[in-house]
Write a protein that binds this ligand. Sequence first.
Ligand SMILES: [Zn+2]
Ligand SMILES: [Zn+2]
Length: 368
Amino acid sequence: MVTITAAVARRPKEPLTIEALDLAPPRPDEVLVRLTATGVCHTDINYRDQIYEIDLPVVLGHEGAGVVEELGDQVEGLVPGDHVVLGYSTCGRCTLCRSGNPAYCVHVPMLNLQGNRPDGSSAFGGDVRSHFFGQSSFATHAVVPAGNLVVVPPEVPLELLGPLGCGVQTGAGAVLRSLRVPAGAALVVFGAGAVGLSAVMAGAAAGAHPIIVVDRVDARRALAAELGATATVNADQDDPVAAVRDLTGGGADFAIEAVGKPTVLHQAVHSLGAMGVCGLVGGVGPGVKAEFDWQHVQLNGITIRGVIEGDSVSADFVPQLIDLYRRGRLPLEKIVRFYDLADVNTAMADADAGLTVKPVLRIAEGRT
Ligand SMILES: [Zn+2]
Ligand SMILES: [Zn+2]
């Protein structure tokens, strides 16, 4: 048993509270990780606010990076001291897992989104739920299923790598894995948050051209241009569909909807030219409907495709993303701003207000 510090979501839409909790030792297939940093994702905010439902109280956080501290009896292939990125939980046994599509594992909701282990137990022992996305990483330590961990090279700054486990993997994976955007393809990204900008960086690395970014916030469009966008559109000033069709000479080959709004999805679909593919990446609650012109989609052979976690197999894709980072193609430091764990509520507010693209909580003993 270790006593840890964690940010606990106790009531809907209210600030998280920093608390001391007892964390049980890892089970035979689990690992105790001392967290170095953890990203704040809009999904955490949506769970705090109960846009996505989860039983409270819970420790949120699902973009952790840290150091292996203690191994369960059956864990192989890891040693204490390993630097790791914490991915999401999958069952590893269903047809989707076995066919290399773990993001669509039939057990993903049960394993990640209810809090606690599949048997209902919490690593905190009491009523506070653990194992959110298999990790609950708004904390100094987490007990994590060994299969979620991706070992990363110790010389790469660990504090930047947590978002590779969700937001960055989602945006970059949408481009490189789900849509497989080839060199020379016209790509438009709606929404220049962490996921959208990760898609931009991946599009630039893939050689897409042009890369158009649609966003309302001036600073985000400027950052998009720095990260590889060849043109940007202010949706408050210009009609994005007309602008994209103009900039691409008839319509984009690929569109990424990274906002999560029906009106934006409509624009994304209508920005596409013949045989265009739209990836739905933005998160929405249940029951949201969107519409588009049937004939436009049909006559142009357009595909609209849902994307979760960029179709990533974290064990393979996180190392590829680190390789891109090392080659300067995924400059994570340009989208990240650091906060202390104790300032998690400021980090969430800044993300919500669009002031920070990707807040990352730095977690060090004595700093909370
Ligand atoms: Zn599965
Ligand atoms: Zn996320």
